[in-house]
Ligand binder design. Structure first.
Ligand code: FES
Length: 361
């Protein structure tokens, strides 16, 4: 599909497969196959998703781009021929990564895309194949794959080939249970290296936090750490959290665990579970009300206050905010006893009531 770099035909393809094979061996040695609780649906979504992406979706999109390119812009195939390989590689990777950051973030903030990306977060264990666990339609809409076709068509094929290999190393390692960065964080001589590296590239600990179940653990950041290859966009747009600890629990809170066909083929197959947001007619309704309430809190315990108004466990977050731009507010009980918490979501001192509800009525 792509031009070879270093003049070795298809070397990009062999390297991508080789990287996966290496992680497969490393994860096996690390005890992953022994520990995993994955069921057949998980394996089908992850391994099957990878095969369909590589053998069907990517070639199809690149073919469509080539076809449209030759039809609409027939003289563009040498557009990049005057640029050096290094410049092309940098341009390809930076544009690819900002596209991916934007798409991934949108997939957490808009309900339609969230439902396509949700299978990725239903994984309760990490592992390199989790990288490929999304709904089928998610990949067809992914701007990066179209970007691969466009950049290749206008003459950047070699840069794309090497760029895909480099991306593969970062993405697969950031999902893997082989946490190479742990060694660096633990060793005082190696730690400065990883502190610089994490400011540029996505590390396993940074991305595992994105897959953590809830911010209540003080480690996870499921509504941030969106980066794919570079962490610079998260830092630039304020979505980065560097906690440098791995979450204990991965996955989604209150996951109704649909059949894999309902997740993978959403919206073409609807869930039969009425509690699933993938079912027909499912709606997230406002559950907040105007009056504040007195709630018993425990000193030192962490709570998440719901800011979106959709939680069924008001005033606390139950993760219904996924697919919106709202984020829960993390706070700690200051003493054992009852506290007046806001339910109208208008307070300027969340989670505490500041009587803003009086102005509303
Ligand atoms: S449910 Fe989490 S912020 Fe509302």
């Amino acid at each position: 599909m792509l031009e070879a770099f270093f003049e070795i035909p298809n070397i990009d393809f062999y390297l991508v497969i080789g990287i996966l094979f290496c992680f497969c061996v490393l994860e096996s040695l690390y005890g992953f196959l022994h520990r995993t609780q994955r069921n057949s649906g998980d394996w089908i979504q992850e391994f099957g998703g990878y095969v369909i992406l590589g053998l069907f979706i990517k070639p199809l999109i690149v073919t469509v781009v080539y076809y449209l390119g030759y039809y609409l812009f027939p003289n563009s195939s040498t557009f990049l021929s005057g640029f050096s390989f290094l410049i092309l590689l940098i341009i390809y990777l930076l544009i690819d990564d900002i596209l991916q950051y934007t798409y991934h973030r949108a997939a957490h903030e808009y309900p339609f895309l969230w439902k396509l990306h949700r299978p990725h977060h239903q994984a309760e264990e990490m592992g390199f194949f989790v990288s490929y666990r999304n709904a089928l339609l998610y990949y067809f809409l992914m701007p990066n794959i179209w970007w691969v076709g466009i950049f290749t068509f206008i003459g950047g094929g070699k840069a794309v080939a090497l760029g895909l290999v480099l991306k593969q190393i970062i993405i697969v390692s950031s999902h893997s249970t082989v946490k190479y960065d742990e060694v660096f964080y633990r060793n005082k001589f190696l730690k400065p290296l990883i502190m610089v590296w994490e400011r540029i590239f996505i590390t396993p600990v940074f991305h595992h936090a994105h897959h953590g179940k809830t911010r209540r653990d003080g480690i996870s950041n499921p509504n941030g750490n969106f980066g794919n290859m570079f962490s610079i966009w998260d830092q630039l747009f304020g979505t980065a959290v560097f906690n440098r600890e791995f979450p204990i629990d991965y996955g989604l809170e209150n996951d109704p665990k649909e059949h894999w066909t309902e997740s993978y083929f959403h919206p073409f197959i609807k869930s039969k579970n009425p509690n699933s947001e993938l079912s027909i007619g499912y709606q997230k309704n406002k559950t907040s009300h105007l009056e504040p309430g007195m709630y018993h809190l425990e000193k030192g315990k962490k709570y998440l206050w719901c800011s979106c108004g959709l939680s069924k466990n008001q005033p606390f977050c139950d993760s219904s905010h996924h697919g919106t731009k709202k984020l829960p507010v993390l706070f700690e009980g200051k003493k054992d006893g009852k506290v007046r918490l806001c339910n109208c979501k208008l307070t300027k001192t969340p989670p505490y009531c500041d009587d803003s509800h009086l102005n509303k009525s």
